[in-house]
Design a protein around this ligand. Structure first.
Ligand SMILES: Cc1cc2nc3c(=O)[nH]c(=O)nc-3n(C[C@H](O)[C@H](O)[C@H](O)COP(=O)(O)OP(=O)(O)OC[C@H]3O[C@@H](n4cnc5c(N)ncnc54)[C@H](O)[C@@H]3O)c2cc1C
Length: 383
């Protein structure tokens, strides 16, 4: 039986490892970190007893039946609806922008159809062919909504003017004309009772899987394996020989306090004058637990440099051209499949990550059966 290596013990790597282990393959899993679950890692805070999402808040949501049935084999999910609030210009608003937000911002009592007509009058119709994020936002929602909710937040999150970002970021009208403030529209939404790390530990708990934490895997180590699934950064695999792909990283300012700090799990800060982008109070993700103390993360975004944890791929024109060169190299690499958010340089929610990992394992097994080489990618990273 072939020997498989999986680089990264996040959802991508772990799901692939388990799927292949169940087919009898012997799988070595490596991760540089001292824990599994990658950026979804959760850990109970010793001082407050609260389950903390160490790399930022994670809410599970999906409409994919296969993914929902898969993930619930490893833990119970408690239904959870993410209702985000916004601090902007000395007021608190409901997000995503909905009928409540519009009525709050303009001091009105609009019905859905009145609000729809009103927002139409705000949009700058003189912008025929929006090229930038700013033009697109102004065309859709006009100056006041743009300045209140988008301008400062976008500048802080991406470190650049919205006029430097492509219009494609804002594909649809970012407003709901109802009081629905559920952040996601997925069929299933929840938080795992025991946290994400518990789930990934269970996924990796199979006799065919050997886990090597605190171990960085490099290209030279691939020689000992018949096939490698790599969920690390694609540019790192090639020693950054075509330069580093840009990412944003996050710094978390940790605050511990008594009682309830902000009354909600996530509050976004839209004003440019406030240095953080959002504040997450972790105990609100587990409302079934009781804690007297609380732990809060203030999230600051900045450009990712060597040694930082990559969070959000920037994916602007320059990065895409650079990615294209790495993709070409990856396609001529024998016996390596690049997967996950870092291996394909895309922002992926957990359910997409899991769906793609299941698909990667299926495609590998199919290629094995047919006696052909598995492909370097299961999706097109440039799409
Ligand atoms: C701030 C933030 C909030 C998010 N919130 C949500 C949310 O609410 N809901 C949602 O569905 N999704 C959310 N996501 C997305 C979620 O984090 C990803 O879907 C998920 O982490 C992707 O898993 P992965 O396995 O592809 O990558 P990762 O979790 O990054 O795992 C990759 C692993 O590979 C390891 N690695 C890399 N290189 C090497 C190497 N050379 N050798 C050994 N190990 C290596 C890394 O240490 C890492 O552990 C959020 C993401 C961010 C950044």
């Amino acid at each position: 039986m072939k020997k498989i290596c999986v680089v990264g013990a996040g959802f991508s790597g772990s799901v692939i490892a388990r799927q292949l282990a169940e087919q009898g393959f012997s799988v070595d899993v490596f991760d540089t970190r001292p824990h599994v679950a990658g950026n979804c890692h959760t850990e109970r805070d010793a001082q407050t007893g609260v389950m903390v999402h160490i790399y930022g808040p994670h809410i599970f949501h999906t409409s994919n039946e296969r993914v929902w049935n898969y993930i619930r084999k490893f833990d119970e999910f408690v239904p959870y609806v993410n209702r985000v609030k916004a601090h902007a210009q000395q007021h608190v608003y409901s997000l995503p922008i909905n009928l409540m937000t519009i009525n709050q911002l303009f001091g009105k009592q609009f019905s859905p159809s009145e609000a729809r007509e009103f927002v139409k009058t705000l949009g700058d119709q003189s912008i025929d062919d929006p090229q930038t994020f700013e033009e697109q936002a102004l065309r859709f929602v006009g100056e006041k909504i743009y300045r209140t909710f988008f301008y400062g937040y976008t500048r802080k999150q991406w470190g650049m003017e919205p006029s430097e970002l492509p219009a494609s970021i804002l594909k649809r009208l970012p407003v709901r004309f109802s009081y629905d403030d559920n952040y996601y529209s997925s069929k299933y939404q929840g938080i795992p009772k025991n946290g994400y790390t518990y789930i990934v530990e269970k996924i990796l708990d199979a006799p065919e899987i050997s886990l090597h934490l605190n171990t960085a895997f490099s290209r030279e180590m691939a020689a000992g394996y018949d096939h490698v699934f790599y969920s690390g950064p694609i540019d790192a695999w090639f020693g950054y020989e075509d330069g580093r792909l840009s990412y944003r990283t996050l710094d978390f300012e940790v605050i511990r306090a008594e009682g309830d700090y902000q009354g909600n799990a996530v509050i976004n800060y839209c004003d440019e004058s406030v240095p953080w982008t959002r504040v997450a109070e972790h105990k609100h993700f587990t409302p079934w637990e009781e804690h007297e103390k609380t732990i809060v993360y203030r999230e600051h975004s900045r450009l990712c440099e060597g040694g930082d944890t990559p969070y959000y791929p920037v994916r602007l024109v320059r990065d895409k051209a650079q990615l294209g060169r790495y993709v070409e190299k990856a396609k001529s690499e024998a016996n390596v499949t690049f997967v996950g958010r870092l291996g394909t340089y895309r922002y992926l929610d957990m359910h997409i990550t899991i769906a793609e990992a299941l698909e990667a394992a299926d495609l590998f097994l199919k290629a094995e059966k047919e006696g052909v080489s598995p492909s370097a990618f299961c999706i097109d990273p440039l799409a």
